[in-house]
Design a protein around this ligand. Structure first.
Ligand SMILES: [Zn+2]
Length: 321
């Protein structure tokens, strides 16, 4: 047993040595200042706007659910070593609230949603008066987060303000193109067929921006489990409306939606799993879906193909649905 323990320690040590400097919180990259981020969509903004001035460490990788995410001891070390921390806010990273609140001294924490006009935020009744945090699926609204990062970096490092401004401007142009693409794709789906059923309520902003009726099995946060009554109610809705496809999410277990599919079948209708959407986490690094723009394009392509009946011919996903 002791030998096993020593072996494990040795492996941990070797893996640690093998990691690049990004994984070693005590060794900042020369000439750069360290920024720590929570969800991948924010990491992507800081990489785009900060460029080669910043060393970005994203805490939440592919498949990670930010509603349930708790900071590990290693994360706390990374947070402590950062000059700036960017997080979404609006209770998305609900289990990290205490740690973020305690950061002080040399570390500045910024919620990228804090400057967004509150009248543009959604307050779904089931979220008990709180704002829906998933605003990245309205591409135009998410541009506010880009502006917030640009301003915070400029304030922290005023000598490079013009670089942050031009980087942000270039990214804004790309995002404007993305917004137009999503709109054009959404418009391929006849209005009455624009119904998006997913594992949890991450797509309300998407629905509002691009004209989809949205239903999630779980609520705004995945912290509340869906019950049998929720499954049955959603199955009845799908069968009555004859919705052809529903969608699993990369950061939420597919089990609950498979239960919905089975419940729909027992009502005499067949609904397909139309593919996997990236909701609260991006795809793997190095793949198109490992960027914000790539994940949004993947989602709209998957949704449109499944809803207009091209799913078998074109839509693919990493999990093979
Ligand atoms: Zn969510």
């Amino acid at each position: 047993m002791q030998r096993l323990y020593i072996l494990c320690c040795l492996i941990v040590l070797l893996v640690g040595i093998g990691c690049d400097s990004k994984e070693q919180p005590d060794a900042p990259v020369a000439g750069k200042y360290r920024v720590v981020t929570t969800i991948g969509m924010i990491t992507d903004i800081v990489e785009n706007v900060g460029g080669d001035r910043v060393e970005v460490i994203g805490l939440m990788g592919p498949g990670v659910d930010p509603h349930l995410y708790k900071a590990s001891a290693g994360d706390v070390q990374k947070l402590n070593s950062a000059r700036l921390i960017f997080y979404n806010g609006l209770h998305l990273e609900s289990k990290m609230a205490d740690i973020l609140a305690k950061m002080s001294g040399n570390t500045k924490t910024v919620a990228v949603t804090d400057a967004v006009d509150r009248s543009l935020l959604l307050t779904p009744p089931e979220f008990e008066g709180q704002y829906d945090p998933h605003l990245w699926f309205d591409v135009k609204l998410w541009m506010n987060a880009v502006g917030r990062v640009r301003d915070a970096l400029s304030e922290f490092d005023p000598d490079n303000t013009s670089a942050y401004q031009s980087n942000a401007q270039r990214y804004f142009v790309e995002l404007a193109g993305l917004h137009a693409y999503v709109e054009a794709q959404a418009n391929r789906v006849p209005t009455e067929q624009r119904v998006l059923v997913t594992a949890h309520d991450a797509f309300n902003y998407f629905g509002k921006a691009y004209g989809f009726e949205v239903r999630g099995l779980q609520g705004i946060s995945t912290a509340t489990e869906a019950g049998i009554a929720d499954v049955q109610a959603l199955a009845t809705f799908i069968a009555e409306r004859r919705i052809p496809a529903i969608f699993v999410e990369s950061s939420v277990s597919p089990r609950s939606l498979e239960a919905v599919k089975a419940a729909v079948k027992s009502k005499g209708f067949n609904v397909e799993i139309g593919g996997e959407l990236f909701s609260d986490a991006m795809g793997n690094e190095g793949t198109p879906e490992g960027t914000y723009i790539g994940m949004v394009r993947h989602n709209i392509d998957t949704i449109v193909k499944a809803l207009i009946g091209e799913s078998k011919a074109h839509a693919t996903s990493p999990t093979g649905y």
